[in-house]
Ligand binder design. Structure first.
Ligand code: FMN
Length: 435
């Protein structure tokens, strides 16, 4: 990272969690993607690196032991497929990266490579794949399995999966398309090869049947937090989604990812670690603090947080006493997500853990744009880089919250020279490597 500058991404999904919020749900047809296109245009004006659309492949039945609470309150359901939305956003923007979550559980590698190549062409080199394996039994059961594969084995399978996908991307040389009308040659057959991949888990003949990407492959994003997950991210990811509490833990996480990347033979600067942050902004500090207190006190926020965390970890957290700390728990879902939420050893009761999880993400970020900008800059100075992945406070999408960031916080960061004021390159890979 060049001294002083860091990257910005935006974390959201193709869902309607804010359907009944008073200032969140108006304007356009959400399922046609209208609000997301507006969001992308605002992020592009603010020179964000990318917008990422998370995804899951199930209606959860963990919280309260059934689907009822998820359906009644629209918690992570309905949730639409991010891939077509990425194409719509890509067609409506020119510089912003668009990252869609696609699960190795759901796609055969060939189909995934083909989809990513197609999307990267439509997005003119600005598409990214958020690599997930899915961690829920309910998702596995939608694909003919009885239960989700064991945690570390999922990562082993994903390593092989990405290896295969990389070979498919490399099955056409970047200059394989000759396009010579005089000789009547479209592609040079010498520059396109079968891959004949035969691994422990996957098999594919290749080559890919899409036009090659000039830059080889789309950007890869990943959110591994466990030791095995960090190795996976360090090996493959161009950008890592990170959760950690406070600058010291953030620094330790980033240093660890960079060390693992170096051990895997990669340049650590090629892996941009972006930390989740949900700023709560006001025109005055009092207004921001008041807004935050109201947000955290809302029963809907408590219910939503418990339901989300339960779904991610596969553990029904509604069974635990709100006034006691969580007991030791094991998950086959996301280990880092559970550990960050539970704060074991802190002695904090569940009620407080819920509040903490809503309190801005990796650092407390409640205040005026200038105050939050200073806090972010101070944290980055301590951590060393590489930036933040901004999320709406309390997990709710609204045009208003987006504009508070793009028209308030980002200009405050720009005035301090902390983030870019113009795009310098065209593809997402180049944008991430700019500093
Ligand atoms: C902020 C964040 C976002 C995530 N988004 C998704 C997602 O969209 N879909 C999904 O299946 N898993 C998602 N995951 C799970 C990760 O991809 C990964 O499987 C999980 O965190 C396991 O990590 P672990 O190595 O900490 O166990 C997310 C995790 C985090 C921390």
């Amino acid at each position: 990272m060049a001294r002083g500058r860091f990257h910005l991404g935006w974390f959201t999904n193709f869902a309607l969690d804010a359907w009944n919020e008073p200032l969140a749900s108006g304007g356009g047809d959400p399922w046609a993607g209208d609000i997301y296109v507006d969001l992308a245009k605002a992020l592009e004006r603010a020179c964000f690196d990318y917008m990422i659309l998370e995804d899951t492949l199930m209606v959860s039945n963990i919280h309260g032991g059934s689907m009822d609470r998820y359906l009644r309150a629209a918690i992570a359901v309905p949730k639409h497929d991010p891939a077509p939305l990425a194409a719509v956003i890509g067609a409506q923007t020119r510089h912003l990266g668009v990252v869609a979550t696609l699960s190795t559980l759901g796609y055969p590698p060939f189909l995934l490579a083909r989809l990513c190549a197609t999307l990267d062409h439509i997005c003119r080199g600005r598409f990214g794949w958020n690599i997930v394996t899915s961690g829920e039994d309910a998702a596995a059961q939608n694909f003919g399995m009885d239960a989700i594969t064991e945690h570390d084995l999922r990562y082993e399978m994903a390593d092989e999966y990405v290896d295969l996908v990389n070979r498919l991307f490399a099955s056409w040389d970047p200059d394989a398309v000759v396009l010579d009308p005089e000789r009547g040659v479209y592609a040079d057959p010498e520059k396109v090869r079968a891959i004949d991949f035969s691994g422990r888990f996957f098999k594919s003949r290749g080559p890919l049947n899409t036009a090659p990407l000039p830059h080889g492959r789309p950007v890869y994003v990943q959110a591994g937090g466990s030791p095995r997950g960090r190795d996976f991210a360090a090996r493959h990811a161009d950008s890592v989604i990170a959760t950690a509490k406070g600058p010291e833990a953030m620094k330790a996480f980033r240093d660890d990812i960079r060390a693992r990347a170096a051990r895997a033979g990669r340049d650590p600067d090629a892996v941009k670690v972006l930390f989740l942050l949900a700023p709560v902004l006001g025109e005055t500090e009092t207004e921001a603090l008041d807004k935050n207190a109201r947000g955290l006190a809302s029963p809907a926020f408590q219910e939503r947080t418990l339901a989300f965390q339960s779904a991610l970890c596969g553990i029904d957290l509604s069974q635990f006493d709100l006034d006691q700390p969580l007991p030791p728990l094991e998950t086959n879902g996301s280990k880092a997500v559970l550990a960050t939420f539970a704060q074991w050893g802190s002695g904090k009761p569940l009620r407080r853990l819920i509040q903490d999880s809503g309190k801005g993400g990796v650092i407390d970020a409640v205040g005026t744009p200038d105050q939050v900008a200073e806090t972010m800059i101070a944290a980055m100075a301590r951590v060393g880089g590489d930036g933040f992945l901004i999320q709406q406070p309390y997990g709710l999408i609204s045009r208003r919250a987006v504009l508070e960031v793009t028209e308030g916080l980002v200009p405050a960061l720009q005035r301090r020279g902390a983030v870019r004021t113009a795009y310098a390159t065209t593809t997402l890979g180049e944008t991430l490597r700019e500093f």
